[in-house]
Design a protein around this ligand. Structure first.
Ligand code: NAD
Length: 242
C-alpha cells in the first residue's frame, strides 16, 4: 500500500514493489485519479482515490483491501508517502498553512496507523512493515519550511516512538529522510536553490525517486525484520543536517 502514488516518489515506490512481486494498492486524491489509475493499471494493482486526511481514511483503506483482495487479505507494508509543502517564511505562516501540512504529513499517518493496526479485515498483517517519509528538512530545518520541517521531524519522532510501542509485535516502523529528489514537488523550487541542492550532493546531481524507493523496498523485504526504528537519509551526503 503506497499513499501519494500517482506520481513522483510514490509512483517509483509502487514500481519497485511491483518488480519485487508485490500486489499493490495505490492511493491518491481524487484530483489525481487519472494518473493514479495509470500507475495501478501498469502494475496490475488496485487504485483507491482517497484524501488521507479524511476522518475515516484508515477504515476506507481496510475496506478496499478486504473488498478487492479478499476478506482474509492483510496489508504487508504501508508506505506513508503522500506529502505536501506550503512554504513561507515563518512570520508569514498562518494557521491554515501550518494545519494543512501537519495534517497531511503527520496527523493522517498517525490516525491511519491507529486504525490499521487494529484487528479489522483488511488491516495490517501481524508482521507488517510501516514506512514513513521524513526529509532532511526535518533533520536540520530549512529556511521557509518551518511547517514542513516540523511535520517531517514529527515523522521521525513517530518512528522512534512507535517502533518501541510495538516492540511486542513483529511489526517494524522505519522511515527514509530524502534530501533533494527530482520530482514535480521540487520542480517548483526556484532555479538557483535547486541547482545548489544538486551541487551539494556528493554525486553532483539531484536524487532520483528510485533511490528512495529502493531504500523503502529494503525496509519491506521479509529478510529485514531486524531493522526497526531507523531513519535512513537518502540525500547523497547533502550537507543539510550533516
Ligand atoms: N522531492 C523531494 O525532494 C522530497 C524530499 C524529501 C521528502 N519528500 C517527501 O516524499 C514524499 C513524496 O514527494 P514527491 O516529491 O514525490 O511529491 P509529489 O508532490 O510529486 O507527490 C506527492 C503525491 O501525494 C499526493 N497527495 C498529497 N496530498 C494528499 C492527500 N491528502 N491524500 C492523498 N494523496 C495526497 C499528491 O496528489 C501527489 O500525487 C512526500 O512526503 C515528500 O514530502 C520529497
Amino acid at each position: 500500500m503506497v499513499t501519494g502514488a500517482a506520481r513522483g516518489i510514490g509512483a517509483a515506490i509502487a514500481q519497485t514493489f511491483a518488480r519485487d512481486g508485490a500486489k499493490l494498492v495505490v492511493v491518491d486524491v481524487p484530483q489525481a485519479g487519472d494518473a493514479l489509475a495509470k500507475v495501478a493499471n501498469g502494475l496490475h494493482g488496485s487504485a483507491l482515490q482517497l484524501d488521507i486526511t479524511a476522518p475515516d481514511a484508515g477504515e476506507r483503506i481496510a475496506a478496499h483491501v478486504a473488498q478487492v483482495h479478499g476478506p482474509d487479505a492483510r496489508i504487508w507494508a504501508i508506505v506513508h508517502n503522500a506529502g505536501i509543502t506550503r512554504d513561507k517564511m515563518l512570520a508569514n505562516l498562518d494557521e491554515k498553512l501550518w494545519g494543512a501540512v501537519l495534517q497531511v504529513n503527520l496527523a493522517a499517518e498517525i490516525a491511519m496507523n491507529a486504525v490499521l493496526l487494529g484487528d479489522l479485515p483488511g488491516g495490517l498483517a501481524d508482521n507488517a512493515r510501516i514506512v514513513g517519509i521524513a526529509s532532511t528538512s526535518g533533520v536540520a530545518g530549512n529556511k521557509g519550511q518551518t511547517n514542513y520541517a516540523a511535520s517531517k521531524a514529527g515523522v521521525m519522532g513517530l518512528v522512534w516512538a512507535q517502533a518501541e510501542e510495538l516492540a511486542d509485535r513483529p511489526v517494524t516502523v522505519n522511515a527514509v529522510a530524502p534530501g533533494f529528489i527530482e520530482t514535480d514537488m521540487t520542480a517548483a523550487i526556484p532555479f538557483v536553490p535547486r541547482e545548489i541542492f544538486r551541487r551539494t550532493n556528493s554525486l553532483s546531481q539531484g536524487g532520483q525517486p528510485v533511490d528512495v524507493a529502493e531504500t523503502i523496498a529494503y525496509f519491506c523485504d521479509p529478510a529485514s525484520g531486524g531493522v526497526n526504528g531507523q531513519v535512513v537519509r537518502v540525500c547523497g551526503q547533502n550537507l543539510v543536517g550533516a
